[in-house]
Design a protein around this ligand. Structure first.
Ligand code: FES
Length: 181
């Protein structure tokens, strides 16, 4: 049968004797003062565990950040430098047109003006935009700030400080070959 009633009633307390007291009304029997309780703690082990947790956290952080950093700063592409390169088909640059090709680390524009084939860097010496060939004006034009160059790369007008770098271009069979000038 379930027991009911006030367990701390004076009648019950007196039946338990003078020394009996509610458990919540004083020091816990057998308990240690706080200072004594810390004596048994192994601080070296705790420090070691903190280091392990810190190390694991660092490894996780590095492995999470590494791909992000590699994405933001991609590795430098190693460009094989050659003196001469077949860049495309002759049919790709008909008379009156120009086409940009990759040559070593540079972008080169091959222009066919009335059968005269030339190749110069397509990178504007002002701020690096790519120039294009304008057949009607007989010039290379930069769309960014209006620089104008001759087919051979010399400056006509504009803010650019230098002429375009010159290369050589020739037709070999049905291919266009660009080489260092
Ligand atoms: S980048 Fe060509 S004119 Fe400025």
């Amino acid at each position: 049968m379930a027991q009911t009633g006030n367990f701390k009633s004076p009648a019950r307390m007196s039946s338990l004797g003078e020394g009996a007291a509610p458990a919540s009304a004083g020091a816990v029997t057998g308990g240690k003062p706080r200072e004594e309780g810390l004596n048994g703690v192994d601080f070296e082990r705790r420090g070691f565990l903190h280091k392990i947790v810190g190390g694991v956290g660092a490894v996780v952080a590095v492995s999470a950040l590494y791909p992000v950093v590699r994405y933001i700063i991609p590795p430098e592409k190693k460009v094989k430098v050659v003196n001469e390169l077949t860049v495309g088909k002759a049919s790709e640059v008909p008379a009156g047109s120009g086409k940009i090709y990759q040559f070593n680390a540079d972008k080169v524009i091959v222009v066919n003006h009335g059968g005269t084939l030339t190749a110069v860097s397509a990178v504007c010496t002002h701020l690096g935009c790519l120039v294009h060939w304008e057949e009607a004006a007989n010039e290379l034009a930069c769309p960014c700030h209006g620089a104008k160059y001759k087919q051979t790369g010399e400056i006509i007008s504009g803010p650019q400080p230098k002429a375009l770098k010159q290369y050589k271009a020739k037709i070999d069979g049905d291919s266009i070959v660009v080489s260092i000038a």
